[in-house]
Design a protein around this ligand. Structure first.
Ligand SMILES: O=C1O[C@H](COP(=O)(O)O)[C@@H](O)[C@H](O)[C@H]1O
Length: 262
């Protein structure tokens, strides 16, 4: 078996979405078999829309069912803004996906940031870490939380979560969640899962669509990754990492695509 990340490229976002659904359900079943819940963290940006396209259609069979009531959803990163602010990743996921879940589907447990402490990003990160500690059974007994799946985006600069190229946060080794006050992409004040947490997940799936991603995809896959955050995740997770992209996002990328199968 290859130790490299899998790159799955699809002609359209629709095709991507159905493969992504199959992959997520596969991870869901593995998580449920392991500990009875499915612990997942999701990004903001363009991801929630594609995720909704993948997961909202009704199941084609029993095996194709998204078991929402068994999901525990965290945020891979979040902006230090109220939950109804246009920049909120929670707000985005809510509008694109959570608000559209059919009532009979059952509702996931969702963990937004604690908006009581928006003025203090260190406290915001600490409280989010505490939420992880609670969910993952205690900081003392667990060195790092192990998410069943991380669903991540890739910015045109190669950032993922709120881990930006060249930023000192990439050297964080202790915290599970860290604050950032100088994000180069607005808004500047955010919190993010750290690289050790991302790299410790059972599986990581990136979703990248559109021609604006093609240049950075060449740097991530064909050059030596340039130390870009997405490339560091590729290196840290190897075969546990899968990329779901449309053909536009990988124009000119030489790295071999794999046929999608589970
Ligand atoms: O700022 C952010 O950007 C990234 C990438 O967004 P995309 O729109 O280029 O997909 C996103 O993954 C992250 O969660 C968000 O906070």
């Amino acid at each position: 078996m290859t130790k490299q990340p899998s790159l799955y490229a699809f002609p359209t976002v629709n095709d991507l979405a159905s493969a992504l659904r199959a992959y997520v359900i596969h991870c869901q079943e593995a998580g449920l078999a392991r500990h009875g819940v499915f612990k997942v963290a999701v990004s903001g940006g363009s991801l929630p829309k594609t995720l909704a396209q993948a997961l909202l259609p009704p199941p084609a069979s029993e095996a194709d069912t998204v078991k929402w009531d068994r999901w525990e959803i965290f945020f891979a990163d979040e902006r230090a803004v109220p939950l109804d602010h246009p920049d909120s990743n929670y707000g985005l996921l809510k509008a694109e996906l959570l608000d559209k879940l059919p009532a009979e589907a059952g509702q996931p447990t969702v963990h937004p940031i604690d908006v009581e402490v928006l003025d203090d990003t260190q406290e915001l990160a600490d409280r989010y870490e505490q939420a992880l500690v609670k969910s993952f059974a205690g900081r003392d007994s667990v060195r790092l939380p192990i998410f069943d799946l991380l669903l991540l985006g890739c910015g045109p600069d190669g950032h993922t979560c709120s881990l930006f190229p060249g930023h000192e946060l990439l050297r964080e080794t202790t915290a599970w969640v860290a604050p950032i006050e100088d994000s180069p992409k607005p808004p500047p004040r955010r919190v993010t899962l750290t690289l050790p947490v991302v790299n410790h997940a059972v599986r990581v799936a990136f979703v990248a669509t559109g021609g604006s991603k093609a240049e950075v995809m060449k740097r991530i896959f064909d050059a030596d990754g340039d130390g870009l955050p997405c490339a560091l995740v590729n290196e840290g997770t190897g075969e546990r990492c899968s990329w779901f992209v449309d053909n536009d996002a990988v124009v000119g990328v030489g790295y071999p695509r794999r046929p999608f199968n589970l």
